[in-house]
Write a protein that binds this ligand. Sequence first.
Ligand code: GRF
Length: 213
Amino acid sequence: MGRLRIGVLASGRGSNFQSIAESIQRGEIDAEIAILVCNVPGASAIERAKTLGVPYVVIDHTKFGTDREAFEADVVGILRKHDVGLVVLAGFMRLLTPFFLRQFPNRILNIHPSLLPAFPGTHGVRDAVNHGAKVSGLTVHFVDESLDGGPIVLQKAVPVRDDDTEETLAARILEWEHKMYPLAVKLFAEGRLTVEGRRVKINWDGLQPLPAP
Ligand code: GRF
């Protein structure tokens, strides 16, 4: 098998995209970001791609109206053209249809800023704070047809402080996102993940396993 080629999909800030790209550049992950696909013109993920020297393309979903599959067909075409073997969602704010998911079974990763299945959806951090959760965190998971419900690869718990706001908690979770997402991509790239139903088994041989939460 050749070196894994990754397609990153982003809609906004792109800090997770950058953390993965930099981890690759430091030689920690044997893979290459073949293409960044951004669906929002002007998003800062695009500036980061330029700075990092990562090829990128902008596919503005609003040009496709309500035709999600037409938008996704263009994205799939780009990913295929770049021979992508792993799709990494990094703040990608579009729900993917079964059409897209069928193209990359167990080959799409997402990161979500809560301990799933708690607080799925767009406001995972805000919902945890408003609920009064004492612990939240992040989840890296494979993407399936459910909303934030696919098989879980990695989780990291982050305590919620009494004086936390959505912003302060999101910032502390994000620091961990930037460590855990590259780790999940590395585990995938090294063929260490086995999906068995809902459970993802990890082969940690020769690696430092995660400390207990
Ligand atoms: C992160 O908080 C991630 O958990 C969520 O969207 C945010 C993306 O941030 N899915 P960035 O665009 O990677 O900076």
